[in-house]
Design a protein around this ligand. Structure first.
Ligand code: ADP
Ligand code: MG
Length: 436
């Protein structure tokens, strides 16, 4: 648990600290519930002072328990829960950041320019820009986690924030629930209040979790009011996240929201080149371009293709050439598309637009049906191996030119209409998820 942490006493502790220290040993003897930290760090070795601490949460701790449990060689003033303890200056908090996620390794393109620039600005001056909170949103594998962790890594490295914490909203939720079970909500909440730069990933998972949202709401307010930086990510624009309280949703939109989109061809090439360089792989330009041309949906898959290519080359002792790339990618595409039927695509699209599936195959030319039909045709062409003719037949016996027209219409509208594009992206993800 995050809030079981080590604290470095400040130089002026002494009497003040030991007088103020309360043992941080939960009274339920929580061997099972406590993190490994709890055992390693133990509780205050100094004898607890009866009634010395009136701080919130102290009622939940049995002060008598602690001396017997502390390690003999421990510092007297090592306290597990520092909050509200006088004389404690700085908590050592593990930021939970992945050191590979840096700005240096993040390739910039049209797909992520605004999000990246804002992130950079925030890292220079956490809490000091108007981008607070800053929310990055976009589909799976498009670099949200990488980007928001870059802010944390950069801020730490350049010292613009002392305490940085990266946490997924799932972990936040789990730890919050545990803190309730262990009667340690105040520790939980105080822990978060001392963070200078709080990064919460995938906030859409807060959806439907009312108590967690309420807690997060208060933490959010406390941090925001004291000028601390909050960075969030979500898989869709905040307005579209269902099951989140209005007051929290509106706060998500106080600062700046920026999206990350699927990278264009040049960016995909640049990303592959950079990965190859980082891993010191000698890859021909034609191989890089071949992969970049064929894997479009997201960056994680781009990396996956590269890894797969390398694995094949080394396992089968083959040259890393275009032939091998073609073989490997053919397998990869088939993996994705195997079992995906036209009917399944129709079903998913109709579900998304909440229209009756029969209509998509019927003669009707109602606008929303036509739109769904065209999008479904588009995905059948993109994601299955069926011919245009076969696809047309599955849509109430339409001919292949209708399919061509549908595909073109969708492609054009994706270029000009962001709302439409978001819908198409979301449907694409739904189809991909079910076809694996
Ligand atoms: P998300 O959180 O949006 O699902 P991730 O941040 O986990 O996506 O990114 C997936 C993978 O792609 C990671 O390995 C990440 O390093 C890489 N990646 C994403 N965007 C970029 C980028 N712009 N440049 C380089 N690598 C990237
Ligand atoms: Mg992520």
């Amino acid at each position: 648990l995050f809030y079981d942490i080590v604290v470095e006493p400040d130089a002026s502790e002494g009497a003040e600290s030991s007088a103020g220290a309360r043992s941080a040993r939960p009274n339920e003897g929580d061997g099972a519930g406590a993190s490994s930290n709890a055992g390693a760090i133990g509780s205050a070795a100094s004898p607890p002072q009866q009634g010395s601490s009136a701080s919130a949460g102290s009622a939940n701790f049995s002060e008598q328990d602690s001396p017997s449990e502390s390690a003999p060689d421990e510092e007297d003033d090592t306290v597990r829960n520092p909050f509200a303890i006088p004389g404690i200056q700085k908590a050592t908090i593990d930021s939970q950041l992945n050191s590979n996620y840096t700005f240096d390794r993040f390739i910039q393109g049209d797909c992520n320019r605004l999000a990246r620039s804002a992130s950079w600005a925030i890292a220079q001056e956490p809490g000091g820009t108007s981008f607070n909170p800053f929310l990055v949103y976009g589909g799976v594998g498009l670099g949200k986690t990488h980007l928001i962790q870059s802010i944390g890594n950069q801020a730490k490295e350049t010292g613009t924030a002392d305490t940085v914490l990266y946490v997924s909203s799932e972990r936040f939720t789990t730890e919050f629930v545990q803190s309730i079970q262990r009667n340690r909500i105040s520790e939980f909440s105080m822990f978060y209040r001392q963070i200078d730069l709080l990064i919460v990933d995938d906030v859409q998972f807060f959806s439907g979790k009312e108590k967690t949202q309420e807690e997060f709401f208060h933490i959010f307010n406390a941090l925001h009011q004291s000028g601390k930086q909050i960075v969030l990510s979500a898989d869709r624009p905040p307005r579209e996240i269902d099951g989140i309280e209005e007051r929290l949703l509106s706060r998500f939109q106080w600062g700046l929201s920026a999206d990350v989109q699927a990278p264009g061809l040049e960016t995909r090439i640049a990303i592959l080149q950079r990965k190859a360089e980082d891993d010191q792989i000698d890859l021909d330009q034609e191989v890089i371009e071949f992969i970049a041309h064929n894997i479009k949906s997201n960056i994680r898959e781009l990396e996956g293709a590269l890894i797969r290519l390398l694995a094949h080359a080394s396992l089968h002792q083959r040259d890393l050439d275009l032939d091998l790339a073609k073989e490997v990618l053919r397998d990869l595409m088939q993996d994705v598309q195997v079992n995906l039927t036209i009917e399944e695509i129709q079903r998913i699209v109709c579900e998304y637009f909440d229209i009756n599936e029969d209509l998509i195959r019927a003669k009707t030319r109602k606008r929303e049906v036509v739109r769904a039909r065209q999008i479904a045709m588009y995905f059948c062409k993109e994601m299955t191996q069926h011919s245009l003719k076969t696809i047309g037949l599955h849509f109430g016996g339409r001919d292949h030119s209708t399919v061509i027209h549908a595909v073109k219409t969708v492609e054009d509208q994706v270029d000009t209409d962001t709302q439409f594009r978001d819908a198409v992206d979301q449907i694409g993800r739904k189809i991909e998820l079910r076809s694996r």
